[in-house]
Design a protein around this ligand. Structure first.
Ligand code: ADP
Ligand code: TRP
Length: 323
């Protein structure tokens, strides 16, 4: 089964990205041959500083590898190493109705956030469809926020197949469990755009400051508290064993527990949980040649598939090239 997903290199990943997406991408490796790519062309719609875009792209590769992506099992690559996707995006844009793009909520959200819209931002879902279809992907694991983009991809694939013959696989989304929206330090959804995140690779004083500043209510120490409404508990349960989680729930309900206690334990848990990944990331940072080799090899594997599929697309559309 071909599994494919992409992540935009637009910042550093946080606990929400990890528990909401990255952890599942890594666990889906076993028994499959996934393609995971760094969506740098997509990031270019909003990140237009060359140094920064390059740095973030390398950063996402390091993050993936440090968190357990196995380059033997998965092809890890940067989007620009398969330039054929941009060719496919053009061809697909010719079977994409304007109305479909005008209804895209992520486009409308970004414009509402104050991002000044360029054509790339508007055409973003078509490039995403090209990313998915060019590898004949069967399953695409994504967060809930990408549901509409996947629906558009399926529509575009069907439209193309109807018009030009059955070239593309109509992919299935695999929507990751959204019941577990990870709260940030202010209690809202953890997100880079709210500045309320705890980074996967935060450590030392910085990590401590963030965990200790998690917002809690003003229930006095001696009184019972409701764990299901409390950010430190909601984060702790992602990291602690079931037994320990149950113990903390009991301590909340019994009263006599201060929020400082649970935050201290949470700090230890975050620190321990990601310590091996931090260590691995440091090693990888000192070995840029290895990371380049992984991306180059992943890019080659992905491009070989993309080139074969593009031959079929060109023939199907009446655009065979002379070689
Ligand atoms: P951000 O909101 O920080 O910009 P992204 O939009 O880059 O995050 O999200 C990348 C992936 O991580 C998405 O597929 C999304 O489902 C997941 N994700 C982001 N924030 C959270 C969260 N707070 N809880 C659970 N999953 C999340
Ligand atoms: N739009 C996705 C996001 O913001 C990133 C992405 C680009 C993607 N191309 C993709 C995800 C193809 C899955 C498949 O998270």
């Amino acid at each position: 089964m071909r599994i494919l997903s992409g992540i935009q290199p637009s910042g550093r990943p946080h606990l929400g990205n990890y528990f909401g997406a990255l952890r599942q991408y890594i666990s889906l490796q076993a028994g499959n041959q996934p393609f995971y790519f760094i969506a740098s062309y997509h990031a270019l719609t909003t990140v237009q500083e060359p140094g920064l875009l390059h740095q973030y792209t390398q950063g996402v590769a390091l993050d993936f590898l440090a968190l357990g992506l196995d380059p033997e099992q998965s092809a890890l690559f940067a989007q620009q190493d398969v330039p054929e996707v941009t060719e496919l995006a053009w061809i697909l844009s010719c079977v994409t109705p304007m109305g479909m793009l005008e209804r895209a909520t992520s486009y409308k959200d970004k414009v509402a956030q104050g991002i000044s819209p360029n054509h790339g931002l508007f055409a973003y879902p078509v490039l995403q469809a090209a990313d998915i279809l060019i590898y004949l992907s069967d399953v695409v694991p994504v967060g809930q926020d990408q549901k509409q983009h996947l629906e558009m991809t399926r529509d575009i694939a069907s439209k193309f197949n109807q018009q030009f013959g059955e070239v593309f696989v109509v992919p299935e989304p695999y929507i990751l469990d959204n019941s577990a929206v990870v709260p940030g330090i202010d209690g809202r959804k953890m997100s880079k755009s709210y500045g309320n995140e705890i980074g996967i690779f935060d450590e030392g004083k910085n990590l401590k400051k963030k965990v200790m500043s998690i917002v809690t209510d003003s229930t006095p120490v001696e009184e019972p508290k409701d764990p299901s409404e409390s950010t430190p508990y909601l984060l702790l349960r992602l990291l602690a064993t079931e037994d320990e989680t149950a113990e903390w729930a009991d301590r909340y309900k019994a009263g006599g527990m201060g929020y400082g206690d649970v935050k201290k334990r949470l700090l230890e848990l975050v620190d321990d949980y990601f310590a091996p990944a931090r260590e691995r990331r440091r090693e990888l940072e000192n070995d840029p040649g290895y990371v380049q080799d992984v991306l180059r090899d992943g890019g080659r594997r992905a491009r070989a598939v993309a080139q074969q599929v593009m031959e079929k697309v060109r023939e199907a559309t009446g655009l065979p090239t002379l070689r």
